[in-house]
Unconditional design. Structure first.
Length: 471
């Protein structure tokens, strides 16, 4: 992959890159690298799904021509799986708001005004849908009844069933159908971004918002993207601010497009509910099934959003069983239990190959330790060890008693142990520790196993082992 990236970068700039750094893609199957040269930097992207890439290329070009700040696609590989795009930095709207709120203790005027700029841009993005060719959309041209049913099934199978929330299948499906029929009866001719939330909005160039991750866009209702932004669980926007921003958005939209304000708000809260259910399904899949703590920690916030909506807003439709399911979720110990589960410290200890890029922190917190094992003796140089890993006895015996290895592990234990003590005392929930070597097979695996065992014996914390190249 490094060779492909270097070739693409050379084709674009005529120079060899100085560095190639793998980036986290969170819940996505796409892969990203920051590529830096003497005069240019970009993001190299890989996605084996060519149809999804084609949708991204089309939307990026269309929106950029309409004046929307989106990444520019510099170069696309012949197989359409690789492409170079603008490097928009590392500051998301979520990061920006989190830092500001930590500094000032609240949702200050700067943050409020930034959200209003984003909402004004959202109107322009959505109205662009009036002229788009949705035959380019992926996986569907419209956020229609079928798309909504898929989202609700996600909620049913990956949240309700996995957390044993009781429901009657037939009654629930009947209410799903009623809700879908209502939501699809509004104006659904806008560009629906699909995942318009604070982690997909980059802040750069003097606090200017830029927009990424729109390849799943399609034709749909304007209310959905607004619900995604204002009711994103992690953003935790205060309810009075949500109301102010909702009214501001409606004013921006009505200045350019005819809007029945009362009707818009009624449909809006319906789309908030389906978005919350879709998010709960995603949190369930990524959290309970894939065991990614970052997503589990979002569940209590999503339940709180659900509780606020069902207590304050009513829909002009009869969905008694779905309302009962919502109430059961809000009255359960689920939110409390997830908060307790995420309060204990989990140390993730893993191994990786430097050839395949740096690991990322699934908790979403960033940081942690990465130790470079490549200066240590390498059993992989000897034929008799090549079929083994650092978990196998021949390799363990190879390292036992080696002074360099013992010294290396003692220093790693000292550094990691000091952090674990502080994390426990400050009630932090996650720490990442990774060991890297050339192939991710011998030295790094051995070190990760040894440190993990030491942590289990030394501290009252949960230890998770991940051997990236061996999994």
């Amino acid at each position: 992959m490094d060779e492909i990236i270097q070739q693409l970068y050379y084709s674009w700039t005529g120079e060899t890159p100085k560095s190639v750094l793998a980036l986290s893609a969170n819940g996505s199957n796409r892969r990203y690298w920051r590529v830096v040269g003497n005069n240019n930097s970009c993001i190299a992207s890989f996605n084996a799904d060519v149809r999804e890439n084609e949708a991204f290329f089309y939307y990026a070009t269309f929106l950029k021509n309409r004046g929307v700040k989106v990444p520019e696609v510099f170069l696309v590989s012949q197989d359409r799986q690789w492409y170079l795009q603008s490097d928009l930095g590392d500051t998301t709207l979520y990061n920006y708001v989190y830092d500001k709120r930590r500094q000032c203790g609240g949702f200050d005027a700067d943050v409020l005004n930034l959200y209003k700029r984003v909402l004004a841009d959202l109107v322009e993005i959505q109205l662009a849908g009036k002229d788009m060719d949705f035959a380019k959309a992926y996986p569907r041209s419209d956020f229609d009844a079928q798309s909504m049913q898929w989202d609700l099934n996600y909620f049913k199978y990956y949240f309700l069933k996995m957390k044993y929330i009781p429901f009657d299948e037939e009654l629930l499906e009947r209410d799903f159908h009623t809700l879908i029929e209502y939501l699809t009866s509004t104006d659904c001719s806008f560009f629906l971004y699909r995942d318009f939330q604070s982690r997909n909005i980059m802040i750069k160039d003097g606090n200017e918002p830029h927009y990424i991750d729109f390849q799943g866009g399609r034709r749909g209702a304007a209310q959905y993207d607004l619900a995604s932004l204002l009711y994103s669980a992690k953003s935790d926007i205060p309810q009075p601010i949500r109301v102010e921003l909702l009214n501001y958005y409606i004013e921006c939209l009505s200045a350019k497009y005819p809007v029945d304000k009362k009707e818009f708000k009624s449909y809006f809260y319906g789309y908030v509910l389906i978005r919350i259910m879709q998010a709960m399904g995603a949190y369930g899949y990524r959290g309970y099934f894939e065991r990614k703590e970052y997503f589990l920690s979002s569940i209590p916030l999503a339940i709180n959003n659900l509780r606020n909506i069902i207590s304050e807003c009513t829909l002009p439709i009869d969905i008694p069983h779905l309302r009962k399911v919502w109430q059961d979720i809000c009255n359960s110990d689920l939110a409390k239990s997830e908060q307790i589960a995420s309060s204990a410290l989990t140390v993730t200890v893993g191994s990786f190959s430097y050839k395949k890029g740096l690991p990322h922190d699934d908790s979403g917190n960033g940081g942690g330790f990465i130790f470079d094992c490549r200066a240590l003796p390498n059993p992989g140089r000897y034929p008799e060890y090549r079929c083994y890993t650092g978990k196998d006895k021949p390799v363990i015996d190879f390292f036992q008693g080696d002074d360099d290895m013992e010294s290396f592990l003692l220093h790693a234990q000292s550094l990691v142990g000091a952090s674990v003590k502080q994390y426990l005392s400050r009630k932090f929930t996650s720490l990442m520790v990774y060991f890297g070597c050339t192939g991710g097979q011998h030295r790094s695996v051995y070190c990760a196993e040894q440190l993990a065992q030491w942590l289990k014996e030394s501290f009252d914390c949960q230890v998770v082992i991940k051997h990236r190249e061996q999994s």
